[in-house]
Design a protein around this ligand. Structure first.
Ligand SMILES: NC(=O)c1ccc[n+]([C@@H]2O[C@H](COP(=O)([O-])OP(=O)(O)OC[C@H]3O[C@@H](n4cnc5c(N)ncnc54)[C@H](OP(=O)(O)O)[C@@H]3O)[C@@H](O)[C@H]2O)c1
Length: 297
């Protein structure tokens, strides 16, 4: 019988021949918005054609007035159930998933696939979907050791989170930074130290490190500053031309108005439109989901 994720069965340790209560159209019905194809056979994790970095998918939900959170960053349930499930299917396709520390502290996300249907009644395999590796950009190691990502890891229901931080320039801050690093390591996190400028991790350094760690695809889920950084940063191609570091964008537009006090991503997407090829637009419940591919040539 076909699994719900044909190219992922081995990754997650599903034994050969295990019957899975699958209807591959459930899978493709949710992933074709991204792949543009209705075939379940050719679904695999996306891979970048640039050898130095993983494939990058930027995804977020916004209101019709382009806000991703409420006043003061209040977390909003913008996505309806159907588009939330679609997002969880797309998560299963990616090796890693990223949020900024602003989102990690504000929303305490789990970044897992808990909204997907049980795949089998075989004990131990009911929900054995591929989980993307949680990664967090957190220069100053502000992540709380009690966060859900670390709790899930300890409980065996989530993968070990990887934190990307940068050593403080001021020697006086170093002792406290080391103490926070040790506390996070004790709580289960793996901490990678990379370059940062003005409090922002170098995205090129981050992506290169992920690639050396075997990550082929990254799903970037926000928040506002992370979206801005990924849309703005480029990397020089072989001919020196500036190439976007994002390959695909998935935007979920919910039929809601948040108002001027809400948080936007404050990045003029219209300047990017010339560089974007539209893949597909589809309704998921009451939400409109649009997928685009950057023209990287
Ligand atoms: N609607 C959606 O789809 C969605 C999804 C996710 C989040 N959100 C919302 O977004 C809001 C959080 O957004 P936010 O802007 O405050 O935080 P964020 O984008 O999640 O995180 C930003 C922080 O990450 C760190 N960082 C390190 N390197 C960075 C880099 N290269 N570029 C950007 N940031 C970098 C910086 O903090 P340090 O210097 O301390 O490291 C920065 O302040 C919340 O309200 C949340 O609910 C919405």
């Amino acid at each position: 019988m076909q699994t719900l994720f044909p190219n992922r069965a081995h990754d997650v340790g599903i034994p050969d021949g295990l019957s899975v209560n699958s209807n591959s159209s459930v899978y493709t019905g949710n992933t074709s918005i991204y792949t543009g194809s209705n075939s379940s056979e050719d679904i695999t994790t996306p891979e970048s054609r640039y050898s130095w970095r993983p494939h990058v998918t930027l995804t977020f939900a916004q209101s019709i007035d382009a806000k991703i959170a409420g006043q003061g960053g209040k977390q909003l349930a913008l996505s309806g159930k159907e588009s939330l499930v679609m997002t969880h299917w797309i998560r299963t396709m990616h090796d890693a998933i990223l949020v900024g520390i602003g989102t990690a502290l504000n929303d305490d996300p789990q970044l897992n696939t808990r909204h997907l249907p049980a795949m089998t009644t075989v004990p131990g395999y009911e929900h054995k979907y591929h989980l993307p590796r949680p990664t967090i950009l957190d220069v100053n190691l502000r992540l709380k050791p009690t966060c859900k990502l670390l709790k899930n890891y300890k409980a065996g229901t989530g993968r070990r989170p990887w934190i990307f931080a940068s050593k403080p320039k001021n020697q006086n801050d170093l002792d406290e930074w080391w103490a926070r690093k040790e506390a996070l390591k004790t709580a289960g996190a793996k901490v990678y130290v990379v370059a940062a400028t003005d409090g922002y991790i170098s995205l090129s350094d981050f992506l290169k490190t992920l690639k050396t760690l075997g990550i082929r695809s990254l799903m970037v889920e926000g928040g506002a500053k992370i979206i801005q950084s990924f849309l703005r940063e480029t990397h020089p191609g072989l001919d020196g031309k500036a190439i976007p570091i994002v390959d695909n964008i998935i935007i979920t537009v919910a039929p809601k108005i948040v108002g001027a006090d809400g948080v936007g991503y404050d990045c003029d997407l219209t300047t990017q439109l010339g560089q974007l090829n539209h893949i597909k637009t589809e309704l998921f419940g009451r939400d409109t989901v649009m997928t685009f591919k950057f023209k990287n040539d």
